[in-house]
Design a protein around this ligand. Structure first.
Ligand SMILES: [Zn+2]
Length: 474
């Protein structure tokens, strides 16, 4: 027998046996998951180490738990306004003003500590008359204060938590510059024509300040990554598990401001996304049902569209359709997702809850399928903010239409969850089978904004992780 034929037969035997072995392991893991899916503790244990790829929709400030924020406030000499309660600085600057306490003092008072943890999250929260889950969720961001020097600590907190759940990659939304812009641009009026408005902004104080604003933003992130590596002992023997979690930033634009402040944030983001190690994408945040977010929605899309054509393409992901009937007028449910894709060039959509209310919803789903526009699914967030869960959630519409999706946390600290919990919800509330969980996990790398070669490396690593995970069920 020619040696090439022998080699072929040997390969067929070995490859087939290897393949059937891997397949058998996958089946065993799938069968085991089916058998324990109604036992929460066992499902948690199973899902904790299930390889989850990445978390692509994660707001850094909302990812930190309130207890951690309070510890940092105490160490940094910040105060707590007891009535709300919220973290901040009093007029005297030393927490001595009536109604204020030092954060350190609050830490040692069980009742005050309980109150502020609840105020900075949805812990213990139940919707009540005149104050919905939506209201409680978004108000937490007004009550938080973390010193900018804590950026590295935030990266440590989220990457250690991710590593413990077998997550390899995080795209974290973060707003690098905002305060200076509000002061600088509060009196600037724009015209509504993005081309003219770009010139107005660039020929005013913003254009002048842009190089230093960019340099400060770049330096803050560089320093934070260096500091993170030190805090986690990366590259050393006692390195933290979090070192292995790759982190990239999504430039987060807060849209509930005047057009000048929003456009300036987008322009800065466009520059930061051009850096080799800068932000990998851009997103617009703040409640989509806010007055300015609704009033200027199309205009915001046009700002992105202008920069996309005039200054070069970038990766865009947008919160769109994080709305529900009753929350806004019906006419506002009809176009946000479509405009985000067609004008805002979104490659990914965050939430997409209002898809069934969009004009030509079926046509839009088909378009998303054909263009592979991925939807970032945030099950707990949708439940808390919009009251949408289980069979009311439009996830099945996307899945049936062949639109890619991936699971993400949105704000794991505010919601008091983690990505493992979201995978559990996928199983218990949506009946997602094991093979589809793997596809969701792969999607979180495939639709990341990493360069192609890096994606390939992480996908190979993920397949290896799946093999290791499934061996347990041999
Ligand atoms: Zn979000």
């Amino acid at each position: 027998m020619p040696s090439i034929t022998k080699a072929f037969i040997l390969c067929v035997i070995l490859c087939c046996s290897t393949f059937s072995h891997v397949w058998a392991d996958e089946q065993s893991a799938a069968t085991y998951m089916q058998s324990i899916k109604s036992e929460r503790a066992k499902l948690r244990q199973f899902m904790q180490s299930f390889p989850k790829g990445g978390d692509l929709h994660n707001h850094l400030s909302g990812a930190v738990y309130a207890e951690t924020m309070l510890d940092w406030a105490a160490e940094d000499g910040l105060c707590v306004f007891l009535e709300t309660p919220s973290i901040g600085l009093d007029a005297a600057g030393d927490c001595s003003t009536n109604g204020w306490s030092s954060a350190g003092g609050v830490l040692l008072n069980a009742n005050e500590r309980r109150r502020i943890i609840n105020a900075l999250s949805v812990r213990s929260y139940h919707p009540e008359l005149g104050w919905s889950g939506h209201d409680q969720f978004f108000v937490t961001f007004e009550r938080m204060m973390v010193k900018p020097s804590r950026l590295a600590d935030m990266l440590v907190a989220v990457s250690d938590r991710a590593a413990a759940q077998n997550i390899q990659y995080l795209e974290l939304m973060q707003t690098p510059v905002l305060g200076e812009l509000i002061g600088m641009l509060s009196a600037v009026e724009l015209t509504g024509d993005p081309e003219k408005d770009y010139e107005i902004l660039m020929h005013g104080p913003f254009g002048e300040a842009m190089p230093s604003l960019l340099e400060n933003a770049r330096k803050a992130r560089r320093d934070a990554f260096e500091q993170r590596a030190k805090l986690q002992n990366c590259g050393e023997k006692q390195a933290s598990v979090g070192c292995d979690v790759e982190i990239k930033f999504i430039h987060q634009v807060v849209r509930e401001f005047s057009p000048a402040v929003v456009f300036a944030q987008i322009i800065l983001g466009w520059e930061l996304m051009a850096d080799e190690d800068g932000s990998v994408g851009l997103n617009l945040v703040a409640p989509e049902d806010g007055y300015l977010a609704l009033r200027d929605y199309t205009y915001h899309m046009q700002m992105i569209d202008y920069l996309y054509s005039a200054k070069g393409e970038r990766n865009i992901t947008l919160h769109a359709g994080e709305l529900m009937l009753g929350l806004v007028r019906p006419k506002q449910l009809k176009f946000h997702i479509r405009e985000a894709i067609e004008i805002g060039h979104a490659k990914r959509i965050g939430h997409g809850i209002a898809i069934a209310y969009e004009d030509d919803s079926a046509g839009l789903l088909q378009h998303m399928h054909e263009k592979s526009v991925m939807v970032e699914i945030n099950l707990t967030s949708n439940d808390v903010i919009l009251g949408v869960k289980g069979k009311d959630h439009p996830w099945s519409l996307y899945r049936d239409a062949g639109v890619p999706t991936a699971l993400s946390t949105d704000d794991e600290g505010v919601s008091r969850i983690d990505l493992t919990y979201e995978y559990m919800r996928a199983v218990t509330e949506h009946g997602i089978a094991y093979e589809e969980l793997k596809a969701l996990s792969r999607n979180s790398i495939v639709y990341s904004f990493l360069p192609k070669p890096r994606k390939k490396e992480l996908l190979d690593k993920l397949e290896h992780e799946f093999k290791m995970f499934e061996k347990q069920f041999d």
